[in-house]
Design a protein around this ligand. Structure first.
Ligand SMILES: CC(C)(COP(=O)(O)OP(=O)(O)OC[C@H]1O[C@@H](n2cnc3c(N)ncnc32)[C@H](O)[C@@H]1OP(=O)(O)O)[C@@H](O)C(=O)NCCC(=O)NCCS
Length: 325
């Protein structure tokens, strides 16, 4: 191949990388904003957000220093060697150039880049990335529920403002603090860290953290019986730390969808203290019926067993209407 043509191709390749960089910077912020509304967990991935922040940071810094982007410098050098003056021979080069290097005063570029960089910085406050090393439910290591049909579950275990993800050992401080808070511990049995760890490791259990839109933990839930041959799932425990905001309701609704619509279970059941009015009301409103009431050996008040059966649950995807004759 002719060296001039090679230089020209290399310059086109750099131009495309440059365009991809610009698209990443612009789309990165747009998708982060859309992701907040649509509760996409990946927009809170700290590596994605850091890369994006560094990318716009470099652009802003260059603009303030009045330096030429190295990609532009390399491209121009290659074009000079290739003898390219105009871009009539390359459709991509012509259009990318028109898009990337449109004419405007330098101060306008400086202003736009700075404002854009400011917006990206602000998005770190408004749409907080997860701390490094903590995994969201979409990119968590497979465990418990996510081991089976992980993708389906991640979609199901979401509701507006409520996201459920597998509990990690780093969440235990939150779990134990929530559990031992006076307003919670009178209604549930206190577990040690070791109990929670053992639960995470059990094949038939799912230990999930409930997060809000800001990826802040606002509760946790424990499901049991995932491997039950009878297709009976036990809602072993739910604790919400920000009460009265509808989080408990939305979390239990997500669990109901998971239990019946996704996993095809037959029954979802639980036991609640007879005097735990708020929890009982929550379950009743979601269609749970009392099955038995019995005196517990460990709890001072009676325990009420409540259950929701597959037949009583209104699936969100109604069955197909019968074909017309
Ligand atoms: C029970 C619990 C999970 C409810 O979570 P929550 O996020 O506060 O509940 P929500 O805001 O979603 O409310 C949902 C429904 O619960 C009921 N409810 C919630 N708080 C209530 C209260 N203080 N009094 C009466 N009913 C209440 C209502 O029926 C409410 O429906 P409504 O908003 O239409 O009136 C939460 O209070 C909690 O963690 N309690 C301590 C631990 C516990 O008891 N767990 C259950 C063990 S079985």
């Amino acid at each position: 191949m002719e060296p001039r043509l090679l230089y020209s191709l290399a310059a086109d390749a750099i131009l495309m990388v440059h365009a991809a960089f610009v698209v990443f910077v612009i789309l990165g912020l747009a998708l982060t904003l859309i992701g907040k509304r649509r509760a996409w967990q990946w927009v809170r991935n700290p590596w994605f957000r850091l890369t994006h922040l560094v990318a716009i940071g470099v652009v802003v810094l260059q603009a303030w220093l009045g330096a030429l982007c190295p990609l532009t410098a390399w491209e121009m050098a290659l074009r000079e060697k290739a003898g390219d003056v105009v871009y009539t021979d390359s459709f991509i080069a012509y259009w990318l150039h028109r898009l990337l290097y449109y004419q405007a005063p330098a101060w306008l570029f400086l202003l736009v880049y700075t404002l854009f960089g400011g917006l990206v910085l602000l998005s770190w406050i408004w749409i907080r990335p997860r701390p490094f090393g903590r995994q969201g439910h979409r990119d968590a290591k497979p465990n418990q529920l996510s081991r089976r049909e992980a993708q389906t579950h991640s979609d199901v275990l979401e509701a507006p403002g409520v996201h459920l993800r597998p509990t990690q050992p780093s969440d235990f401080a939150f779990v134990c603090t929530a559990e031992s808070a006076p307003e919670n511990r009178r209604n549930i049995e206190l577990w040690s860290r070791a109990d929670h760890l053992a639960c995470i490791d059990r094949e038939d259990c799912s230990h999930l953290i409930i997060e809000d839109d800001e990826a802040e933990p606002v509760g946790y839930v424990i499901l049991q019986g995932l491997t039950s041959a009878e297709r009976d799932m036990l809602l072993r425990r739910i604790v919400i730390t920000r009460k009265g905001e509808g989080i408990g309701r939305r979390a239990v609704e997500a669990i109901i969808r998971l239990c019946f619509d996704t996993l095809g279970f037959r029954r979802l059941w639980l036991e609640v203290h007879a005097d735990n009015t708020s929890a009982r009301q929550l379950y009743e409103r979601l269609g749970f019926r009392v099955e038995t009431v019995h005196q517990s050996d460990t709890a001072p008040s009676a325990m009420v067993r409540m259950a929701l059966l597959a037949g009583d649950h209104q699936s969100e995807t109604p069955p197909e209407p019968p074909a017309s004759p």
